[in-house]
Design a protein around this ligand. Structure first.
Ligand SMILES: [Zn+2]
Length: 51
């Protein structure tokens, strides 16, 4: 299970084909998240990277 690092919502990414480096938006808080790993799926807030 992949959780949003900002609000901890379950992103339900199972079954999605996301490549490392792609960005998605959390459906709960609209945080912009970048895919940093696909096995296992992991995301990181884009704001964190740029700070
Ligand atoms: Zn969120």
């Amino acid at each position: 299970m992949t959780r949003c690092p900002a609000c901890q919502a379950d992103l339900e990414l199972d079954g999605y084909e996301l490549d490392v480096g792609e960005t998605i938006h959390c459906p709960e808080c609209a945080e912009e998240l970048r895919v940093v790993s696909s096995e296992p799926m992991a995301v990181k807030a884009v704001d964190e990277e740029e700070g």
